[in-house]
Design a protein around this ligand. Structure first.
Ligand code: F0G
Length: 350
């Protein structure tokens, strides 16, 4: 039976005999090939890493299981995070199974409905501030200085440790590191974690190369691309609506050490990729997750991808954000429950 990332990758993680091996089956997510899209884009092989298949529907669970296990080991009674939604869902979930009280601070009005629903049902104390993610994170940093509560945002290094296991899985699945890894960038913890994972696996002799790291911010929330903080970030991809990423330096190091790129994609490009990923790839990711494919679409003409292996990280499930899915969709055709009415609606007139 699969027993989670703490057990599977313990030799690469900061676990001691005193670390509880908690798990909800996080990690071990599918790496699925997309023959239809790889042909259109001219890649040798294109894969999606389906992080929406984690227990709370996003990659956050990989890091949260480690951060919460270490909090329990340190006898902490409470955890706290700022979040655009997914971190709060994951913290609430792992806090719940360990009996910790969980406090989450979210930007009011800018969190997808499904994520809020998760935090509510897992039983977190939710505070929605009149401010953005960056302000929420500043607040959390201040609060943990004054109160006995463990911070579980990705500035907690245990989060990065857990999240790097996704890179391990990709190498374990392919038998080698891919040539390119396309990934959304928000607070920049995940790109930092993936790069750490690829570097460590390479050093351990598990791969003979490392990928070029291709990170994508949303254009209205692109501090790394602009080289300065964005005070009022805006994007349809609320998960990455961040103007001052905590792991800014880690993202730049991943880009520079790998010979990669950090670029931005517009909301229109994100939404186009969001639909394409579902309609031709069969993958329903959330809008922020589609920044990976949007970046690949933007760069495919500039890179020689023939014969290359490309992985796009799909960071979270599309089910978390039904509002974006429904926005602009045609209204449903509503009919009496009669075969003849259905035939007429389909243009199959008799
Ligand atoms: N994709 C999704 C679905 C996310 O939820 C996030 C971040 C990212 C990408 C970007 O990852 O921050 O490591 O660069 N979500 C955080 C949250 C900020 O609070 O849930 P990153």
């Amino acid at each position: 039976m699969y027993s989670g990332v703490l057990a599977r990758y313990s030799e690469f993680l900061p676990v001691t005999p005193a670390t509880p091996r908690i798990t909800l089956g996080e990690g071990d997510t599918p790496l699925v090939r997309s023959p239809r899209l790889e042909k259109e884009l001219g890649c040798g092989e294109l894969y999606f890493k389906l992080e929406g298949c984690n227990p709370t529907g996003s990659f956050k669970d990989r890091g949260m299981v480690v951060a919460v296990a270490k909090a329990v080991e340190a006898a902490s009674a409470a955890i706290i995070c700022a979040s655009t939604g997914n971190t709060s869902a994951s913290a609430a979930c792992y806090g719940a199974i360990c009996g910790l009280s969980t406090i989450v601070i979210v930007p009011r009005g800018n969190i997808a409905l499904g994520k809020l629903a998760q935090a509510i049902v897992y039983g977190a104390k939710i505070l929605a501030i009149d401010g953005n993610f960056d302000q929420a994170l500043e607040m959390v940093r201040t609060l943990v200085e004054k109160h006995p509560v463990t911070l579980v945002n990705s500035i907690n290094p245990h989060r990065i440790e857990g999240q790097k296991t996704a890179a391990f899985e990709i190498v374990d699945s392919l038998g080698e590191a891919p040539d390119f890894l396309f990934i959304p960038v928000g607070n920049a913890g995940n790109i930092t974690a993936y790069w750490k994972g690829f570097v460590e696996y390479y050093a351990a002799g598990k791969s003979s190369q490392k990928p070029r790291m291709m990170g994508f911010e949303a254009e209205g929330a692109a501090p790394i691309v602009r080289g300065e903080r964005v005070p009022n970030p805006e994007t349809v991809a609320t998960a990455i609506r961040i103007g001052n990423p905590a792991s800014w330096k880690g993202a730049v190091a991943a880009r520079d050490e790998s010979g990669g790129v950090i670029d931005s994609v517009t909301d229109d490009q994100i939404l186009e990729a969001y639909r394409l990923m579902a309609s031709k790839g069969g993958v329903f990711g959330e809008p922020a997750s589609a920044a990976s494919l949007a970046g690949l679409l933007k760069w495919s003409g500039k890179l020689d991808l023939s014969g290359k292996r490309v992985v796009c990280v799909v960071t979270g499930s599309g089910l978390k954000d039904p509002d974006t899915a429904m926005r602009g969709s045609p209204s449903l055709v509503e009919l009496p429950a009669e075969v003849s009415d259905v035939e007429r609606a389909l243009g199959w007139g008799t």
